[in-house]
Ligand binder design. Sequence first.
Ligand code: MN3
Length: 240
Amino acid sequence: MSAPALRLALLATCLMAAPAMVQAQPAAPQAAAAPAAAFELAPLPYGYEGLEPVIDAQTMQIHHGRHHQGYVNNLNAAVAQTPALAGKSLEAILGEVSKHPAAVRNNAGGHYNHTLFWTLMAPADQVGEPSAALKAQIDKDFGSMDAFKKAFEAAGAQRFGSGWAWLVWDGDKLAVASTPNQDNPLMDDAPVKGAPVIANDVWEHAYYLKHQNNRGGYLSAWWGVLNWNEANRLFDAARQ
Ligand code: MN3
């Protein structure tokens, strides 16, 4: 918004609010100056307890309300300090992330990955099943659903430290990958690039309260809350 337009908008806001503000303190300047394009944390599409018993409610509450909120807050702070990023979409930032400081990489990745992750899970009675198209492509590229699941679990289990396991559509085929930290396949310097179809968070904060050191147990139980309806939608969208 240009400076004159901003002044007009502020004036209009003051005029509209005037009757209610007779007794009020002068408006705090930061309220009007909040960045228009700040990233926000969306609510979870189910309750904290919705993924029990695979993922416990306390883990979901901390993971969404503190970890993800932290990525959002830190991303907004990093963008505010990097004028070249003003107004850019999350996907656009990820696509040029190698040009930017680590705080942008880690928090843009953290926000994107978790936003995706929440929608890729659902209560066990709402997960649906793989579409015929996705199942056929998995059979073609991995041999069978079981072989795909084995490869995906291995990618998550073998990621040393913190990171993510992915199923991506690379334009020609499906591929399993893993990334460190909050990296993802949209980043311009990712070793495996493509459109995410399935993603699992293998940071200890995603499973430790319930599964402790048993990352393999978490990875195998996680199929019970994988939202195939969303994976099918992402696969269809990626091929258009
Ligand atoms: Mn996480």
